[in-house]
Every structure is written in C-alpha cells, then in structure tokens.
Write a protein that binds this ligand. Structure first.
Ligand code: FMN
Length: 735
C-alpha cells in the first residue's frame, strides 16, 4: 500500500474542463513510431497509462506538410489517416483512465522537410542552427511570412487542434519549447521583423497569443489548452530570458491556457533540457522553474529527470510545480507512478540519464531504446510488457556465466518467469563492466543499471530459494560447466578492449602496441589501477563513444597532461546523446589536447607515431599489383608521451563459449540441452543492446531457435491497401 506521505502526488487536479487523476504527466517525447507505426505508439503510451501516468502525450506532432521533420520519424496530424493512427493511442490511454495529449509541432527550418520538400514560414528568414543534416547545421532555410502567410500558419494550428480534438485528445499543447513554432516569433534571436509582429515584447508575443486565442475560439472547452514554453533560452539578452520575456509571456498568455508545460533551452542544445546525468542531476531546471508560479495562477508541469519520489514530493510540496513532468523516467519505468502507489518504491527502474533514448531520434528517429528498460519500444513489436512475464514452460534450469548487463537481465527475466537460475561471476558485484564505467567522471548514475537488477535479483531469490547468485568465483572452465548439472547454459562473459590496438581501420594490431608492457594500458587496466600512469598521457582513440573522453577527463583532473589522438570526432556518438557540446567545453576547459583525424601507426616506449588519416592524398591511379593506388602517406610524426592508453576496439570474451561448442558431443551425457551466448560475448555493443539481448533470450528461451531472435511484428504499408480510411487509392501507376 501507498506510503501516505505520497498522497499529495495522487490528488486529482482540474485542467480546464478536464481532470488529471494524479500528478504524473508524461511530457511529449518521441519514440521512433511517429504515426507510421501506430501499434508501437499505442502500446508504448498505453502501458504508461496502465502504469499510472495521469496524462500521456504524443511526441511532437506535425500540424501540416509544411512542417515535415523527415529525416526524423515523428508524428503527424495532417489528415484522416494520421487521426486514425493516433486514435489507437488515445483509446488505449483512455481505457486506463488517463488523459491523452497531442503536441502541435511546427518546426520552421529546424524541420528539414526532406520528404515533402516544402519551405516553412517564420517571422524572418534564417537558416537552422540545429543539425538538420547530420553534422551540418545551417543547411535549411525558411521563408519570411507576410501577414497573409502568418494568418495561414495560425489557421494550420487551428485546423490541427480541431483534428486533435476530433481524434479524442483531451489536451492540446501548442509547442513553443525547444525553439519550435511560436517561440521563433517570441525570440528576438529569430524574429527581426519591424511590423507589429516584431520588435517590442508585445509585438513578438503577438503571434503566439493570437494563435492561442484562435485555437481557444475554435475548440472552446472541448479540450484543455496547454502550451509548452522554454522560459529561458539560455543565451542571455539575445534570446528569451526568464526574468524578462519569459515571465512576462507566462503572465500574458495565462488567461488562454489551462496548463503550463515549462522547461528551458533551445533545440541546438536541447541537452540543457533533457540533461544527461553526466552533467545534470535530478530537478536541474528548478533555478528557472521555481519562478514560474509567481507569474500565473494556472497549474504548472515541469521536468528535470524526476525518477525519485522523494524529490517529486519535495518540489510539489514546495509549490515549485503542480504536476511532475517526465520523459526519460517514464521510458525507463512506465509503471513508476503505480509502483509508488503500491508502496513498491524500491522496484522503480530508475533512469540512468545516459540519453541513449534520445540518440535514436537524433540519428534520424529510428525506433528508440532504453538502457534500463529493455522493453521500451518493444511493447507491440515483440509483445513485451515491462512488468508482465509469461510463466515458465519447462523445468529446465539455467546456468548463466557472467552477471554483467546481459547476464543479470537474462537472470532477472528468467527468474520472473519462474525458472531456476544460477548466476555466476568472478566480480564482487553483479553489473559487470558497468561497475567500472560508473567510476568514470560524471557517470556515477549509470550504476543505477546494476542496482536495479541487483535489488530485483535479491527479491526474486527470496521467492525461489533454488536460485543462486554466486559472486567472487574462480573463472568457470568448460569442464566445470559440463559437470555443473544445469540443462541450459548461457555464456555472458562480456568483451574486453584490444590489448594490441586492433582497430576498425586496419583490422590489425598497431605495431608496438602491447598492453603487457608497463607503459601501455587498456581501459580495463586503467580501472584496475595496478599500473603506474606517467605525467604525459596519450590516448589512442578509434572508438566513437564515451570511453576516450571520459579517460581523458579522469587523467586531466588528476593533473596529467593529456593528448587524445582520434580518428573520428572525439566522443562522436555523444552528439546524439546530447552530451557532445558540454563534453567539448569540458575538454577545452581542462586543457586536453585533441588531435583530430589522427591515427597511430606505431607505439614505442616514450613515444607514439601518429599520422593524418587523409595524408595519402585524394587521387588514385592503377599502379600495378602490389602497389597502392594512392600516394604514400608521409604525414607520420613522432609524439612523446609517458603512457599510452589504447581505446581501439573491443573483442568478445567468447573462448569459453567456443570450447563448449567444440565439445557438443559431451552435452547430452552431462544433461545439457543448449548452450547460448549473449550480449558482448556474442558481439560487443552498447549497454542498452546487451541488456536487450539478455532480456530477449529469457523471453524466447523455449522457442525453436533461441540463440537467434524470432521475427517481430513489422508495421508497414502493404502494396494494394488503402493508406487512409475512405480512400480509394489509384494503385495503377501512370506517367
Ligand atoms: N519534447 C517535446 O516537447 N517534444 C518531443 O517530441 C520530444 N521528444 C523527446 C524524445 C526523447 C527520447 C526524450 C527523452 C525527450 C524528448 N523531448 C521532447 C523532451 C522531453 O519532453 C523533456 O522536456 C526532456 O526530456 C526533459 O524531461 P526529462 O528530464 O523527464 O527527460
């Protein structure tokens, strides 16, 4: 039962003509479904309603083809077909007693319109500072709207609001955060007009206010009207500042609204809102948000990676916000409110703030994933419910070797299903290499991944004393496993960084790179802390993610002179997780030297030989067998250093698996039916995907071929079927 202290989080609140049943609000967030995959969208949002979120929103939902966000896949409410697809979500959300919200999105030039090839309208002409083409901001421009076009744009909002109402949505949210839509009119950074829609605050606010007025007139009280507003764009007087335009706008627009949905920041650096745990703790927006209620008597929803019920209580009691808004915590745990309600706070699957969910949208809106919640996005596609598991189908018991992300998740799900599981590891704790990663600067909260599984495994052990978690064990051999007595064996022994500099460019070691030498280290050897590290550290980086920049930060903070030679942008993937901008600032601030587009051709004691990866020139010509078609690369130079750290590529630790496979003939006599390999031991991958793999095997272990995943439901248009209801498609193609 619920701890009465949390009662306040479960008090209903009137939002205009609607009532939210509690204080939990899933703010708009993309999931990769858009309106193209209505099943995925319906199931993902519906499970949140089932899990107690009082309101569940769509993602950004484009109002008109003039706002076409392709390359990204996001929702649209352009026509009957979109409405029908969104209605699946609305009905499912309603069936659990929650409100459904639709976020009306008009991106201006931030939406690249790659499919529709339309040109957006805005207060002035500008090109987008957001990376609308990967790595290339400034590529898309808009058109300055005259009065006719401005009114046309407002009408697009009104028509979309009516379609949202007719779809059954309870909340209609005019999206003016993240530098989108009407924010481009309010923000002098974009708005350079000299007519009555530009210049003074009142003039810049006019477009947004009129739009709200027009929508209100059209929808009356049929829906609750919300606007999402960035109350400070975080670039000083050139943009919107909280105590200037921010609070003034809140005051001015309040009469038209039933709810405020507030945050901070813009789109080019929207990690200031969706703050990664590397840089921002829970409730990190409150220095701004705590002022909002001075300017309005309407309810306020705010965000800040609210995963902790105690913090939620604190901000509600302090009157900072009225409703807890959450995107990432609702993805990591769709049943978060319900767990608080049922007095199961320690069962909450806490968001670790890695932003891998976001990385998928940033890449182009492919189906999203979550590091903590392996079922996120898989609810419809694979029929996985985050809290419900099919009971076991056999009495096979399972030995899992390796309690890292894949092994511990596999054990958890198998134990939830009722299987007898023995989980064995050499470390003192479950979690595998997450234990190491969480010691890197800024990544402490990634240990929530281990902690959630550890807590669940301990609880499950109490339910089934036949299960066992054996830590601090000697490494198991193939003989040990054959004699163990388990009928199914899962090898989850992880991966290790190459000790010889094997990398994706040469697929070979780097000459002289040898981590058995005292001056050469792998990341694992850094974590072990047994080898001395000299003053001048050289990190050889062929990896795209956090390891090299994190190690650079670690050693720079400890007083070393750090250089990173990197073939790809340092921490390139962190652009997608929104850690990129602040990581670059940090690298700069710590005086870390970065040599870009630089490979390493040789390692010696006291020095490394580096080269420009493009140094062989662009022209090729046939020179005969044995001759390279390009010039010799003569850019090689020696750089002195005391210690070399190799962040080149990871290798599966699969020796045990291969030995067991080679002894397949002995399985039957030892009662073994299957041996599986999962996670990094099968192929190195990010933590989210290793966790997914462990989860998948546990769900599919009784299927015909559990080592290889079974097909999932695809949502695609089938040739010869109508795209839209009532449509009679002319399926004959004529030119
Ligand atoms: N905000 C929007 O207003 N519209 C969106 O479509 C949207 N997409 C998002 C996609 C993902 C995967 C995430 C994690 C966030 C998205 N956001 C979007 C931002 C969130 O609504 C929210 O403001 C931000 O993540 C901070 O809240 P949190 O700390 O609870 O995650």
């Amino acid at each position: 039962a619920r701890d009465p202290r949390f009662d306040i989080l479960f008090t209903p609140l009137k939002l205009g003509s609607k009532t939210i049943r509690n204080r939990f609000y899933q703010v708009p967030h993309c999931n990769g479904a858009g309106t193209n995959s209505p099943g995925m969208n319906m199931a993902h949002r519906g499970i949140k309603a089932e899990g107690g979120w009082g309101a569940v929103n769509t993602e950004q939902c484009s109002i008109h083809p003039e706002c076409d966000d392709t390359l990204r896949i996001t929702a649209r409410i352009w026509d009957q077909g979109d409405m029908r697809n969104l209605r699946a979500m609305v009905d499912h959300v309603h069936s659990h007693g929650s409100l459904a919200g639709c976020e009306l999105f008009y991106g201006g030039p931030h939406a690249p319109a790659i499919e529709s090839r339309t040109i957006s309208r805005g207060p002035s002409q500008y090109n987008s500072e957001f990376a609308t083409v990967p790595g290339c901001p400034g590529f898309t421009y808009n058109h300055e709207a005259d009065i006719d076009e401005l009114e046309r744009l407002q009408q697009q909002y009104v028509d979309a609001a009516l379609r949202a109402r007719d779809t059954g949505f309870d909340l209609v949210n005019v999206y003016g955060a993240h530098a989108y839509g009407p924010m481009q009119w309010l923000n002098p950074y974009y708005n350079r007009r000299t007519d009555k829609y530009g210049g003074s605050f009142d003039n810049r606010a006019r477009f947004w206010i009129e739009t709200l007025e027009k929508i209100r007139r059209a929808v009356n009280d049929d829906v609750a009207l919300v606007t999402r507003c960035a109350t400070d764009t975080l670039y000083g007087t050139k943009g919107v500042e909280l105590t200037e335009d921010g609070l003034r706008f809140i005051e001015l627009a309040s009469p038209y609204l039933d709810l405020w949905d507030v945050n901070i920041g813009d789109i080019a650096e929207w990690g200031e809102d969706a703050g990664p745990s590397r840089f921002y703790p829970i409730a990190h927006e409150n220095d701004w948000i705590r002022h909002i209620k001075q300017a309005t008597n309407k309810p306020v929803v705010g965000v800040g990676r609210y995963y902790d019920p105690e913090k939620m209580l604190q901000v509600i009691k302090a009157g900072i916000i009225d409703i807890i808004g959450a995107a990432r915590p609702s993805i990591a745990d769709p049943w978060l409110p319900r767990k608080i309600d049922e007095g199961r706070v320690d069962d909450i699957r806490t968001c670790i703030g890695c932003n891998v969910c976001i990385s998928r949208w940033e890449m182009g809106g492919v189906p999203f994933i979550c590091t903590q919640n392996a079922t996120a996005g898989e609810e419809y596609r694979r029929g996985w419910h985050p809290e419900k598991f099919e009971p076991k189908k056999s009495d096979h018991d399972v030995l899992i070797v390796g309690a890292g992300p894949a092994g511990s998740e596999c054990a958890r799900v198998l134990m939830e299903r009722g299987y007898t599981v023995h989980l064995v590891d050499t470390r003192e704790k479950t979690g595998g290499y997450v234990n190491d990663v969480a010691t890197l600067p800024g990544l402490g909260e990634w240990s929530f991944h281990r902690d959630y599984r550890q807590t669940q495994l301990e609880k499950l052990l109490k339910k089934n004393p036949e299960c066992q978690i054996a830590l601090k064990q000697k490494p198991m051999t193939a003989d040990d496993i054959l004699q163990y007595g388990a009928s199914r064996v899962v090898i989850a022994t992880g991966a290790k960084w190459s000790t010889t500099g094997v990398n994706h460019r040469t697929h070979e070691p780097i000459p002289g790179a040898d981590a058995s030498l005292p001056h050469v280290l792998t990341p694992e050897q850094v974590y072990e802390g047994k080898k001395a590290v000299g003053k001048r550290v050289m990190i050889i980086n062929y990896d795209a993610y956090y390891t090299a920049p994190s190690l650079a930060e670690k050693f720079a903070r400890a007083g070393h002179d750090v250089t990173v030679a990197t073939v790809c942008g340092l921490g390139a993937y962190m652009e997608y997780t929104l850690e990129g901008a602040n990581m670059q600032r940090l690298i700069h601030e710590l005086g870390i030297k970065v040599l870009g587009e630089t490979g390493c051709s040789r390692v010696e004691q006291g020095r490394v030989e580096l080269f420009n990866i493009w140094g062989e020139g662009y022209k090729r010509s046939y020179k005969g067998a044995g001759q390279l078609p390009r010039n010799e690369n003569t850019s090689h130079e020696w750089h002195e250093c005391d210690t070399v750290i190799l962040v080149t590529s990871r290798r599966s630790e699969d020796t045990l698996y291969r030995e067991l496979k080679a002894r397949k003939g002995e399985w039957e006599a030892n009662g073994i039916t299957n041996v599986f390999v999962i996670g990094d031991a099968e192929s190195p991958r990010i933590i989210a995907d290793a966790t997914f793999d462990g989860h998948r095997l546990a769900r599919e272990i009784e299927d015909a071929d559990p080592q290889h995943q079974k097909p999932y439901k695809r949502e695609q248009r089938a040739w010869g079927t109508a795209y839209n209801p009532d449509e009679n498609p002319d399926l004959v193609w004529r030119v």
